[in-house]
Design a protein around this ligand. Structure first.
Ligand code: ATP
Ligand code: MG
Length: 197
């Protein structure tokens, strides 16, 4: 499951857990992006903070892992590079790429999208406020895509960042350890946060 995870929240975790159970996956690997090409226009938190929050959020689940492949690769992050690297590292694995409805709708704009579908099966999770547009779906290879309906959690990282910036709570939207990590490193508040790198 790729994402910016700035910060990781319970919408991500429920989607991952549902898809793990649906396909009986051995593990779900969370892959925080390095510099997401779609978000080149906004300030994304340092990768190390996003990586550590993802580790904290997933630590208790034996089927959840976190990969550094994207944050350790220089330049902008493209999913095709992520999948090539994971496929090379795990040649026997059957890869599933978990993504939300909003990302799924944009997939034809991704780099090398034909090869994407050769490297992995794509799983699109429903997400409140984001419709899967029929026309887009019609343009994608049906045998390489599954849409999974997950319990709706109208949580986004954008909303979490906005809440922290305006002093509203994010308790129960993100895991407790992530609430504490955000406070400890003063992330998303108006004043400068620290850079761990
Ligand atoms: P931002 O608001 O910064 O874009 P986000 O909440 O969309 O953050 P991302 O890190 O962009 O989180 O998302 C990673 C993946 O998780 C995407 O494929 C996204 O569609 C999916 N996702 C995020 N939130 C939810 C949710 N509440 N329910 C289902 N899927 C989600
Ligand atoms: Mg997003």
């Amino acid at each position: 499951m790729g994402g910016t995870f700035d910060p990781i929240h319970h919408g991500h975790l429920v989607a991952a857990s549902e898809v793990q159970s649906w396909f009986d996956l051995d593990e779900v690997v969370f892959v925080p992006t390095g510099r997401p090409w779609q978000k080149a226009d906004r300030e994304v938190s340092p990768a190390e903070h996003r990586y550590l929050m993802t580790v904290i959020a997933t630590a208790a689940n034996p089927r959840f892992e976190v990969s550094r492949v994207d944050i350790d690769r220089d330049g902008l992050t493209y999913t095709i590079d992520t999948l090539r690297e994971l496929a090379a590292a795990m040649p026997d694995a059957d890869l599933y790429f978990i993504t939300g409805a909003d990302a799924m709708a944009a997939i034809l704009t991704w780099r090398d999208h034909d090869e994407l579908f050769e490297l992995a099966h794509f799983v699109g999770c429903t997400r409140p406020g984001h419709e899967m547009d029929e026309q887009t779906l019609a343009g994608l290879p049906a045998e390489r895509i599954t849409l999974v309906e997950i319990p709706a959690l109208a949580i986004s990282s954008t909303d979490c960042r906005g809440r922290v910036a305006s002093g509203e709570p994010v308790w129960y939207l993100v895991p407790d350890g992530v609430v504490q990590y955000i406070a400890k490193h003063r992330l998303y508040s108006a004043s400068d946060s620290e850079d761990p790198s």
